[in-house]
Design a protein around this ligand. Structure first.
Ligand code: GDP
Ligand code: GDP
Length: 444
């Protein structure tokens, strides 16, 4: 779970070149031929002691029939959804173009965290960056991706962001003590009009308290702290919060980056969906993000008061959940009406249950007993005649439950065998519905 930056900008501004410099030359090749199909380019980037994930948006798959402006818009929106920080690249030689202005507009409206990178600025710094101020993004950073100039300035800009991010994540994933009084952090996310503000207001009731931003919490991560049924909660809300704060209404349309942030800072993610239109692409994306970030998820189906054929619809929704999000198999699906307050107690119960599962620890003795029995019942394969041995298993952390197994030949163990173990862990230790991490360590 690393801090993620996305490289955005018109074709030919130098995204691949910078990507190669940040990630190393192993993955992407600079590609001057137009129309060559590119893979999603994503890799582990590094500048000095800073580690992060880099996505080159040129590699994102967007329908080929899009016009260039349409494509740029889509790519930019996707990048904002996926990244903590967007590196918006322009070509200092070409100057600021209308397409650059359009991308800048989208980024500004989305409230994204952006660094403006003026590339190809080798040797002509002053005039390269002066015009770029007019994009309204802030101070341009002149670089030459090709010659490796300006990388220190990118480092200086990223360093405080990444430090803050890591400190905040640390607080979520490995709190000092399992303090019962510490508020349980939840995010309420979902598409516009799902009913997020209504739900959050129903939960807050009269007892509302605006908290944050505070030390160790990233700039935009603001939570609402409240007592919900006798337990302290901190709610990371997205659109609703902005509405209350009466910030520019337009922001609401593109609150995806807030959703991403809220997911990262939550222990349990409540994905709120309108009963009439649940499990659409954007919902799946958020759920998948939550799973990848290792968060527990509760599916909340809202506006249940409007539903007529409840039994049939519920069966349909459960079927969709299992089919479209097998990675979250077993996560609770709760029907609610934020407007009338029905189902909110069950929602609270589901959140507490998932939080407990997410925090669960299994003793090493139990795990090894279990592993022995599993391996005996269903031994790992024996490539080239020598059976792969799995010797020892332990849970290295909770939040989410993460395990390591020592394995004689981790590189030869098929993924299907790891899945078999993960499914077994879910069944036998009551770990249904939360992400589980299982890694193999080389050991005899
Ligand atoms: P992308 O389409 O944004 O991924 O751009 P590329 O990384 O493929 O670069 C497009 C062209 O610009 C290539 O011919 C690069 O060699 C060139 N280029 C990239 N960075 C620089 C730079 O810092 N200075 C100069 N002069 N050319 C560069
Ligand atoms: P947000 O954009 O996700 O914050 O959604 P809002 O909370 O603003 O709700 C969008 C609309 O749906 C509003 O008109 C709400 O009154 C309505 N709404 C929210 N929850 C419910 C519900 O449980 N039942 C019904 N019938 N309408 C609801």
């Amino acid at each position: 779970m690393a801090y993620t930056i996305a490289l955005i900008g018109r074709p030919n501004v130098g995204k691949s070149t910078l990507f190669n410099r940040l990630v190393g030359r192993r993955i992407a090749l600079v590609d001057d031929q137009p129309g060559v199909t590119r893979d999603l380019r994503e890799g582990d980037g590094r500048i000095g002691d800073l580690n992060f994930r880099v996505i080159d948006t040129a590699g994102l798959e967007i329908a080929a029939d899009q016009s260039l402006p349409g494509r740029m818009r889509k790519l930019t929106e996707r990048a904002v959804e996926m990244a903590d920080c967007c590196l918006f690249m322009t070509d200092a030689r070409a100057g600021v173009t209308p397409a650059d202005r359009e991308v800048a507009d989208i980024l500004r409206r989305a409230g994204a965290d952006v660094l403006l990178i003026c590339n190809k600025a080798e040797g002509r710094v002053a005039d390269a960056t002066h015009e770029a101020w007019s994009l309204g993004i802030g101070e341009p950073i002149p670089v030459s991706a090709e010659h490796g100039e300006g990388i220190q300035e990118i480092y200086a800009a990223l360093q405080p962001r990444i430090d803050e991010f890591e400190a905040a994540l640390e607080a979520i994933e490995a709190p000092d003590e399992a303090d019962e009084d510490r508020p349980l952090q939840i995010a309420v996310v979902g598409r516009p009009n799902a009913g997020k503000s209504t739900l959050v207001n129903a939960v807050l009731g009269e007892d509302r308290l605006l908290v944050g931003p505070e030390a160790g919490i990233t700039r935009d991560a603001i939570g609402l702290e409240t007592d919900w049924g006798g337990r302290a909660f901190r709610i990371f809300d997205t659109a609703g919060l902005r509405k209350r704060a009466r910030i520019d209404e337009k922001l609401e349309k593109l609150s995806a980056s807030d959703a991403v942030r809220a997911v990262k800072f939550a222990e349990v993610v409540v994905l709120l969906m309108d009963a009439a239109s649940a499990f659409e692409t954007q919902d799946l994306r958020i759920a998948d993000l939550a799973e990848r970030e290792g968060r527990a998820v509760v599916f909340a189906i809202n506006k249940w008061d409007l539903e007529e054929a409840r039994g049939a619809r519920l069966a349909e929704l459960k079927e969709m959940q299992e089919r479209l999000l097998p990675q979250l198999s077993g996560a609770p699906l709760v029907t609610v009406s934020a407007l009338t307050g029905r189902g909110l107690d069950r929602l609270r119960g589901a959140v507490l249950d998932m939080h407990a599962v997410w925090n669960k620890r299994v003793t090493t003795a139990k795990l090894n007993q279990w592993l022995g029995a599993r391996v005996e019942a269903h031994p790992p394969p024996a490539p080239s005649g020598r059976r792969i041995r799995l010797r020892y298993m332990t849970q290295i952390k909770a939040r989410p439950p993460s395990f390591i197994v020592s394995c004689s030949k981790p590189e030869d163990l098929p993924a299907s065998y790891s899945r078999f173990l993960v499914n077994g862990l879910r069944q036998d230790f009551g770990l249904k519905g939360v992400p589980i991490r299982l890694s193999m360590r080389k050991g005899e």
